[in-house]
Design a protein around this ligand. Structure first.
Ligand code: PGA
Length: 223
């Protein structure tokens, strides 16, 4: 059975008590580890220690990722969170999300730097692409194809067609050394299977629907 990834991107939602509530509920709904499905929670930075402790104490089948990572190493970079600091908490980091490119003006050079720093601290970079011809930095094994127009909070819900995504995923695997290609954009428990049943799609990233533990658990179950 092929490996599948399910990434919950909380963006800048949830405070401490809401995160605790989500984790408690999710631990009841999704307590069984699976050998071929990996769920990765990407909460905001201040919630990483809390989520890390909860996951360990309750043996939750959940990995942790950050939503971004500094493109600078540890040093005099006020406000930045470096790879060295993150590696105590996460196995993955998202890089290149379209919201980071749009609102924080991240460039392809910044993103390549982030991939390199993550890798050198044993954190797997998960690169978001909104264009199938975009550059993929060295050392990236997992990419997510996510057209900004498909994001639920962007212009309304119009996910990309599963067949188009599968074609892009096959193309990306052929032209690069990427191993896994995921899809992102308005994924729900109702439509997840239309994507994950296709041969080149290896999972999904979920924004809005990941804020409800029952929806995220049901996306994992229905895939
Ligand atoms: P969405 O967000 O699932 O709410 O469309 C996905 C994302 O932006 O990563």
């Amino acid at each position: 059975m092929k490996k599948q990834f399910f990434i919950a991107n909380w963006k800048s939602h949830k405070n401490v008590s809401e995160a605790k509530e989500w984790l408690s509920e999710f631990s009841i709904l999704n307590s069984q580890p699976s050998t071929h499905k990996e769920a990765i929670l990407c909460p905001p930075f201040p919630l990483l220690p809390l989520c890390h402790t909860f996951i360990q104490q309750h043996h939750l089948p959940l990995s942790l990722g950050s939503q971004t990572i500094s493109s600078y190493p540890e040093g005099a970079y006020t406000g930045e969170v470096s790879a060295r600091l993150l590696k105590d908490f996460v196995n993955y980091t998202l890089i290149g999300h379209s919201e980071r490119r749009k609102f924080f003006h991240e460039t392809d050079e910044d993103i390549a730097q982030k991939a390199m720093l993550a890798r050198s601290h044993q954190i797997s970079p998960v690169l978001l692409l909104n264009d199938k011809n975009a550059a993929i930095p060295k050392g990236v094994d997992i990419v997510i194809y996510e057209p900004p127009s498909a994001i639920s909070s962007d212009k309304g819900i119009h996910p990309e067609s599963p067949e188009d995504v599968d074609t892009v995923a096959a193309f990306l695997k052929q032209k690069s050394s990427v191993i896994y290609v995921l899809y992102g954009g308005s994924v729900t428990p109702e439509n997840v299977q239309e994507y994950t049943r296709l041969s080149s799609i290896d999972g999904v990233i979920v924004g809005g629907e990941s804020l409800k533990p029952d929806s995220f658990a049901s996306i994992i179950q229905h895939a």
